[in-house]
Design a protein around this ligand. Structure first.
Ligand code: SF4
Length: 99
């Protein structure tokens, strides 16, 4: 995984993509604000996706009206790491396309 604190680690678009931990995201939209290539949008977690959450995740989701970030332009990700660095919940990780 690229070092999210080192901007020299940027990769060709699509080599890595962000994955959001649904049990951690609180929809604070820091990732939406910092991503230079608009990979994220804010939305509402669908009912069917709420069932798989942990108890803590369900409590968090309910408390935040189920607002969460969603990856809508995965292939645009350049692995700059800004979303990982700025997410206040530590909910984002970058994974390589092949993994
Ligand atoms: S690593 Fe950079 S380009 Fe990729 S989603 Fe996060 S902020 Fe956007």
């Amino acid at each position: 995984m690229p070092d999210p604190t080192d901007p020299r680690c940027a990769q060709p678009p699509g080599a890595f993509h962000p994955v959001i931990d649904r049990n951690r995201c609180e929809g604070k939209a820091e990732c939406v604000a910092v991503c230079p290539v608009q990979v994220f949008e804010l939305g509402v977690l669908p009912v069917e996706a709420r069932r798989g959450l942990s108890l803590k995740g369900k409590v968090k989701g309910f408390a935040h009206s189920w607002r969460q970030a969603f990856v809508v332009r995965e292939s645009a990700c350049e692995a700059c790491g800004l979303c990982v660095k700025h997410c206040p919940e530590g909910a984002i990780k970058l994974v390589s396309r092949g993994s």
